[in-house]
Write a protein that binds this ligand. Structure first.
Ligand SMILES: [Zn+2]
Length: 381
């Protein structure tokens, strides 16, 4: 049992002095205690960040990123759980491939969940410890989708189409993004919304929605900031900021590629930005700058995504997982530390918040200097 005291974010009470007693789970929240660790006066103990949308890579793509490099980068960025998206080699839509992935994820340094893709083995996959399914617009035409739609598990809709990366993409892609939303039913979450309209449409259909920092911040200039779905025009990008007040989550869509691959000609270079460690300090920077409330930040980073996954996480309260992110107000310029992708278009971005500690399963996974080989668990198992 460990006791940490300092300024903590408690649900319904906001930032208050408290002492948290925990092992793998939070056992007691007290107002005073004799602590094992006292936070610095400028540090805040926040619920651990949950990133619903991450490409951990691994398996046949381990040269781009592997479980330990991705989850080390995550711990450095205050992320305590990742949801691994299945565009892997092999593709995760068979029981065999999912088993292999689950075994590989045992090396994760933070907690994790795994999503599968649409295939012919959904009935088998439904009995496995996975969080849900990733659905692309092109999957909507496949007969196999019927089993996925009737599954009670979460479906994550990527309202993006591969050909939206080619010319004239802005209007056409946006139209397809909106159209795909009208075709689905069940327990859906709409990920990486690039426009305010997509978030509104998702909510209008009774679905939850998230957005990424890069769609709020970046303009496309070269392959380093090529992403799928693409960065939108300036008006759409600015309007998306309104969604920060209504979306259920923010995600990184961490999608690492080797620097050599990002230097290929624009038309053939792979889309993706590897900035899993950016999201948490970025959102808390908005709090320190007076742009967002601390309640909204916790909703976007922790409580919202944990609720979407149906997990007892994302809150500092008795019975919840002992996953915490410690942040403090500090001016610095963003850089990655552990990802194999080593360069992102967000490098050098000025931030006002820094992650100084990350706790996973009650253990120190990052102490402000080093990442430790803590064992995360499959939160669905
Ligand atoms: Zn993605």
């Amino acid at each position: 049992m460990l006791r940490v005291s300092g300024k903590c974010y408690l649900e319904g009470r906001g930032l208050v002095e408290a002492c948290i007693e925990f092992d793998r789970v939070i056992r007691k929240v007290r107002s005073h205690c004799v602590p094992d660790l006292t936070l610095r006066s400028d540090e805040l103990l926040m619920p651990g960040s949950v990133d619903l949308h991450v490409h951990v890579r691994g398996l046949g793509l381990s040269y781009k990123e592997d479980v330990s490099s991705a989850t080390s980068e995550a711990a450095y960025g205050g992320v305590t759980l990742v949801g691994d998206m299945p565009n892997t080699h092999p593709y995760l839509n068979t029981a065999e491939a999912v088993l292999e992935k689950l075994r590989e994820m045992e090396r994760s340094r933070i907690d994790f969940v795994v999503y599968a893709g649409v295939g012919s083995e959904t009935k088998k996959l439904d009995a496995m410890p996975i969080a849900g399914y990733k659905v692309f617009p092109e999957d909507l035409e496949r007969p196999e989708l019927e089993d996925v739609l009737s599954s009670s598990k979460l479906k994550i809709l990527h309202p993006e189409v591969p050909n939206s990366l080619q010319g004239q993409r802005t209007l056409r892609a946006l139209w397809q993004e909106l159209a795909s939303l009208r075709l689905v039913r069940g327990r859906f979450h709409v990920t990486h919304c690039t426009s305010k309209e997509t978030v509104e449409l998702a909510h209008g259909s009774g679905f939850t929605a998230d957005l990424t920092p890069h769609h709020l911040l970046l303009h496309e200039s070269d392959c380093w900031d090529k992403v799928n779905p693409p960065l939108r025009d300036e008006t759409t990008r600015r309007a998306l900021w309104d969604s920060l007040w209504v979306a259920e989550a923010v995600v990184s869509d961490h999608a690492p590629h080797l620097p050599e691959e990002k230097r290929w000609h624009y038309d053939i270079c792979p889309p993706g930005i590897a900035a899993i460690s950016f999201t948490t300090p970025f959102i808390y920077s908005l709090v320190f700058r007076g742009v967002l409330s601390v309640d909204r930040a916790v909703q976007l980073l922790s409580k919202g995504p944990a609720t979407i996954l149906g997990l007892k996480m994302g809150e500092i309260a008795e019975g919840f997982a002992a996953n915490f992110t410690v942040v403090r107000r500090e001016y610095w310029r963003y850089s990655t530390a552990y990802t194999k992708a080593s360069h992102t278009p967000l490098d050098g971005y000025p931030l006002n918040a820094r992650v100084t500690m990350t706790f996973v399963q009650g253990k120190v996974a990052f102490d402000g200097g080093e990442v430790y080989p803590v064992r995360g668990v499959n939160a669905i198992a």
